[in-house]
Design a protein around this ligand. Structure first.
Ligand code: LLP
Length: 413
């Protein structure tokens, strides 16, 4: 459920008509709904009931400070993958002691900053990384708390670009090598085993791969505990999918039931790393129609948002709903909605049946809160969009639109 709703033919975010934001801030602009963000966080957390759990919002999905601040205020922790994300969490007032750090290529500088900040867990992805973390721990005179991210070799059945749990993936430590690594880690003075971690992919729409992976990982957790490793946290990763068109991902309740069933009896404190499920349907990207163009083959609608603003359609063949901000009547035609970027892949919505949009009209790409702005770039020297947070009847700019002079900040001619 989200708070982007039609009122008298006008698309609103909560109590605010979206055309008002577009007229005031310009386009393209990302708009987020605080009520939706809050609701999603609460629904996921409540689904886990009394089982000890920590929601570590996956910052990469959308790293705007206002969103981080909102989740921190709800008691959330964070899943980070870089020193930059750690700095954002701190800047937003997030708690380091509720932060977990994943990624196959953490540098020693990043590890040092995270250890000094006092993060909850390093999710270690290789034997060499464990040695590097040990060196950092010894240098700082501390034991860095770690969980091994194991690769359970389970097919997540999602787009191949966002699947991470197969043997052929760069992520995690092979499942079979985990016990030996924990045993070796016992001798290291700069690290301390605190948990076990896995993540099999993103936009998961079926419960069965989650169940298969977590059952395997929970078995390993129990085995490691029995062998005397003082684990306390079982990090089940993120990945819960959302509805973009007609997908039917598990509800938060079904998701929680799957996780709780698979991990039953471990006694572990669960760590969850949802990204998309919290923010995906809490954001839209507003855009204005520039031109129409009819070729013998097609109707094209050219809008002022491009693949640099929202790369998901180009990169993953992703589908985002495309809706007028003011409802229109008329005969529908099939159109391709394209951006201004000089790439054939700059098609944001393909073969959509729409009342032919007119130049100047405002539209929204739906479900754009996750991996939208956080993956935006300056390709074609296009300033990145503004971001707006709506809260009830109020709204505010939470990131200014980049200015032209921002494009060459740090450059020398
Ligand atoms: N934890 C780990 C270790 C991850 O690698 C990810 C996402 C998450 C949590 C959060 O996953 P989520 O709950 O959002 O599915 N850019 C792609 C998605 C890449 C996901 C990368 N890892 C997209 O736009 O679909």
């Amino acid at each position: 459920m989200n708070h982007f709703i039609w009122r008298k033919g006008v698309l609103h975010a909560e109590g605010v008509p979206l055309p008002a934001i577009a007229e005031s801030v310009g386009t393209p602009t990302y708009v987020y709904s605080a009520a939706t963000l809050t609701r999603h966080f609460r629904v996921v957390s409540e689904a886990f009931g009394a089982t000890p759990h920590l929601i570590c919002y996956s910052v990469k999905a959308n790293s705007n400070l206002a969103i981080l601040r909102l989740f921190a205020g709800l008691g959330g922790g964070f899943d980070i993958v870089s020193g930059g994300e750690l700095a954002r969490v701190k800047q937003a007032g997030g708690a380091a002691e509720k932060t977990v750090f994943a990624g196959v290529g953490k540098t020693q500088e990043e590890m040092e900053a995270a250890l000094a900040a006092g993060i909850l867990l390093f999710n270690v992805e290789s034997a060499e990384e464990l040695d590097a973390l040990d060196a950092v721990g010894r240098r700082l005179g501390r034991r860095a708390p770690f969980a091994l991210r194991v690769n359970p070799d389970v097919d997540a059945r999602t787009h191949r670009y966002i699947s991470t749990g197969l043997k052929t993936s760069k992520f995690g430590v092979p499942f079979e090598e985990a016990v030996a690594l924990y045993t070796r880690a016992k001798k290291l003075k700069g690290v301390r085993a605190a948990g076990l971690d896995c993540h099999i992919g993103s936009q998961l729409t079926q419960a069965s791969p989650m169940r298969a992976a977590l059952t395997k990982v929970a078995g390993l957790y129990t085995e490691l505990k029995a062998a005397g490793h003082p684990l306390a946290y079982l990090d089940v990763g993120g990945g819960l999918g959302i509805t973009y068109t007609d997908e039917t991902p598990p509800s938060p309740e079904e998701y929680a039931r799957t996780v709780l069933d698979a991990t039953k009896g471990t006694g572990a404190h669960l760590v969850l790393e949802p990204g998309r499920a919290l923010v995906g349907n809490a954001g839209v990207l507003l855009t204005r129609v520039l031109y129409r163009k009819k070729t013998p083959a097609k109707h094209f609608v050219v809008v002022d948002a491009g693949m640099n603003d929202l790369i998901r359609p180009a990169l993953y063949e992703a589908h985002h709903g495309f809706q007028p901000l003011v409802k229109r009547r008329g005969k529908a035609v099939e159109v391709d909605v394209v951006g201004p970027v000089c790439e054939s892949t700059d098609v944001l919505a393909k073969a959509r049946s729409l009342v032919l949009p007119q130049a100047g009209e405002l539209y929204a790409f739906m479900s754009a809160g996750a991996y939208g702005m956080s993956m935006a770039s300056n390709y074609n020297s296009r300033p990145r969009p503004a971001e707006v947070m709506v809260d009830g009847e109020a709204w505010r700019v939470v990131r200014e639109r980049e200015r032209i002079e921002d494009l060459w900040r740090g450059e020398r001619a």
